[in-house]
Design a protein around this ligand. Structure first.
Ligand code: G3P
Ligand code: MG
Length: 259
């Protein structure tokens, strides 16, 4: 049995910069947020997980290898799993050189640094809770607690999202007032009921999943419709014409949020 949500005003902009600045800067770094902001973006998506000692920080993969210099810096014997390293080690890594020379030395940011950057600039944030495999509940709860502390008294709270239902359930138990969104890369049966059971205000879908039927189902349940990652004009137009609410993009150089 599911209940209908209460319609709430949607405070977020249509355009959201994926991982800070798409591919124009090293993903999930403060430098990326600055680049995204330079292109006029006022809302950002980022991936947040926990260090081994419980500090929330930004990283997409479980592994540090693709986007940091962990292999050289820590040696082949050390664990490359980000969630198995303490923050004191993670905070020394270079998360920029893999992308390009101008970003060499860019550190992995803590979630708190990114939160403060957004708050100082009145930017909106979509926090994707991206747990290290096996740590869904702990990550959901801790990220929500930090988000509530950091945004205390702010006008607009961050939007928490996750592919992991357990992470969203834990976030809800820890900080029920923070808005949540269910991330989906397939429309598995029961998707709407899952979103409603978790008390979500939105569903963030792989863009291909939105059509008249799925948008109507979501809207009839008072859920907002967001899409990732939309990188061409035709796809964006289709989603806007369908009546969806927001678009997460890598192509911050193609889509101007001011238009
Ligand atoms: O939050 C939207 C999008 O970021 C989900 O996929 O793999 O890029 O984190 P991913
Ligand atoms: Mg993400």
């Amino acid at each position: 049995m599911t209940t209908k949500n209460t319609v709430c005003a949607w405070p977020y902009p249509r355009w959201i910069a994926h991982r800070g600045a798409g591919k124009l800067a090293p993903e999930n770094t403060l430098a990326a947020f600055r680049v995204g902001a330079g292109y006029g973006y006022r809302m950002f998506e980022c991936d947040v997980k926990l260090s081994q000692d419980g500090v929330p920080f930004l990283l997409h993969d479980d592994s540090l290898l693709r986007t940091t210099n962990a292999c050289e810096a820590l040696g082949a014997q050390a664990s490359a799993v980000g969630g198995e390293q303490p923050w004191s080690v993670l905070s020394q890594l270079d998360a920029g050189s893999w992308h390009s020379r101008p970003f060499a030395g860019e550190p992995l940011p803590s979630f708190e640094e990114i939160a403060r950057f957004c708050l100082h600039n009145a930017y909106f944030l979509n926090i994707e809770i991206k747990p290290t495999t096996g740590l869904d509940c702990q990550t959901g709860a801790v990220v929500a607690q930090h988000a509530a502390r950091l945004w205390q008294g702010a006008l607009t709270p961050p939007l928490l999202s996750s592919f992991q239902s357990d992470a969203l359930a834990a976030a809800r138990a820890a900080q029920p007032e923070l808005p949540r969104a269910l991330l989906l890369d397939t429309l598995q049966s029961g998707w709407l009921e899952t979103a409603l059971t978790l008390g979500c205000v939105a569903v963030v879908c792989n863009q291909a999943l939105w059509d008249k039927s799925s948008v109507t189902q979501a809207q009839n349940a008072d859920l907002r419709c967001l899409s990732y990652s939309v990188n061409d004009e035709l796809a964006a137009k289709r989603l806007i014409d369908l009546g969806t609410d927001a678009i997460i993009t890598d192509r911050i150089d193609l889509f101007s949020p001011a238009r």
